[in-house]
Design a protein around this ligand. Structure first.
Ligand SMILES: NC(=O)c1ccc[n+]([C@@H]2O[C@H](COP(=O)([O-])OP(=O)(O)OC[C@H]3O[C@@H](n4cnc5c(N)ncnc54)[C@H](OP(=O)(O)O)[C@@H]3O)[C@@H](O)[C@H]2O)c1
Length: 345
């Protein structure tokens, strides 16, 4: 598989990674199986998708344990990126960016991942109660200690994230914590601040055909600074693969059960987006999902999409998207598709 370089430390990874989250978190629980998830990870590695993206929060903890089982056998084939700074509380997901906590979280992740070094350690969310320089400084100390090779920042929407200390008592004003549609200016300011402390190797944020907001400022910022960009949710939480049916239900724990784009009405309204991807794919014998991944790859040599799946056949199909190079005309056709309807923000 084509290789891409991430960030200041010039770490090389396969151009497409594997998002391991659906194996333990966020999606249809009834379809989860440890054996098939392990098989999906092995298949991704076999195809050159070396970047395995996980987080201590997924599960919580079980996703890192799963990835650790694979790393124990084939550490040299993998580039492991995990995350700290979010905890699953009793009622809410809470942020904790205190330096002592971050260091303990890293040690725990190393144990679960059965490795002595994390390739990319990402701050899952900034803690509004801790200056980000303090959190990032603690993460930089982990690099100095040889526990981590490089650092990244996640800039996915901060829905329902609260500081750990106030999680169960605080009442928030309506709308607080929601991501704005022109949303990355706050992130850019944070990135400039933490760059003064220790080089940022990657930014991870949502980027897909139906959520292209990161193209406005975040991607150009990364490109101009030599920072890698991990495209999260590049398949639009599965919608862009064209395998979901408008009106189909989602299990209670599935993030899509509460996602405004996954109501029957919005799933029907956004069909032209999938139809457009299908049309482009038909010219190459590619699926809509493969076109969506090829589109993400085409946004810059610093972009590494991390499609999530727990299924071996989909991991294989997603890896093959690296062979699809979209032409300027294809990209123009995709850019002309109607903007997606329905939003969290
Ligand atoms: N930093 C953050 O805060 C953050 C937030 C969200 C995501 N992420 C990372 O980004 C990764 C990707 O995001 P995501 O997993 O939420 O969304 P995604 O990659 O856009 O979509 C995942 C969904 O697509 C389905 N799928 C995958 N490949 C498919 C194929 N070839 N055909 C049909 N369906 C397919 C999966 O089904 P199955 O589950 O049934 O396989 C899953 O339901 C995550 O795994 C995680 O590592 C990070």
């Amino acid at each position: 598989m084509e290789r891409r370089t991430i960030g200041a430390a010039a770490l090389e990874v396969g151009a497409i990674g594997l998002g391991c989250m659906p194996m333990s978190w966020g999606y249809t629980e009834s379809q989860r199986s440890l054996d098939s998830s392990l098989q999906a990870v092995h298949t991704a590695l076999d195809r050159g998708c070396s970047l395995l993206d996980t987080a201590d929060m997924y599960g919580p903890f079980t996703n890192e344990l799963l990835v650790g089982r694979v790393l124990k056998e084939r550490r040299a084939d993998a580039f492991v990126s995990t995350k700290c700074g979010l905890l699953v509380g009793e009622q809410h997901i809470v942020a904790n960016g205190r330096p002592g906590y971050v260091k303990r979280a890293c040690d725990a992740s190393l144990r679960r991942l059965q490795t002595d070094r994390i390739d990319l350690y990402q701050l899952h969310r900034a803690d509004p109660e801790v200056p980000i320089e303090e959190t990032w400084g603690a993460m930089a100390e982990l690099v100095a200690a040889g526990k981590v090779r490089s650092l990244g920042l996640c800039a996915v929407g901060a829905r329902a994230v609260r500081p750990a200390r106030t999680a169960r008592t605080e009442r928030r004003p309506a709308g607080a914590g929601r991501r704005r549609s022109r949303m990355h200016d706050g992130t850019l300011a944070q990135l400039e601040r933490i760059q003064q402390v220790f080089p940022v190797s990657s930014v991870q944020a949502e980027l897909s055909v139906w959520s292209p907001e990161a193209l406005e400022a975040l991607l150009p910022w990364c490109e101009s600074r030599g920072v890698g960009f991990l495209a999260a949710m590049p398949l639009g939480n599965g919608y862009l693969t064209g395998t979901l049916t408008p009106g189909q239900g989602f299990e209670r724990e599935d993030i899509r059960a509460r996602h405004p784009r996954f109501t029957a009405e919005m799933m029907a309204a956004n069909q032209p987006v999938v139809a457009g991807l299908r049309r482009v794919g038909a010219r190459y014998g590619a699926t809509p999902g493969q076109v969506a991944l090829a589109w993400a790859l085409a946004q810059g040599r610093h972009v590494v999409p991390v499609p999530g799946t727990k299924k071996e056949r989909w991991a294989a199909q997603n890896a093959k998207a690296v062979d699809l190079t979209l032409t300027r005309e294809d990209l123009a056709e995709i850019a002309a598709l109607p903007p997606a309807r329905g939003s969290w923000y």
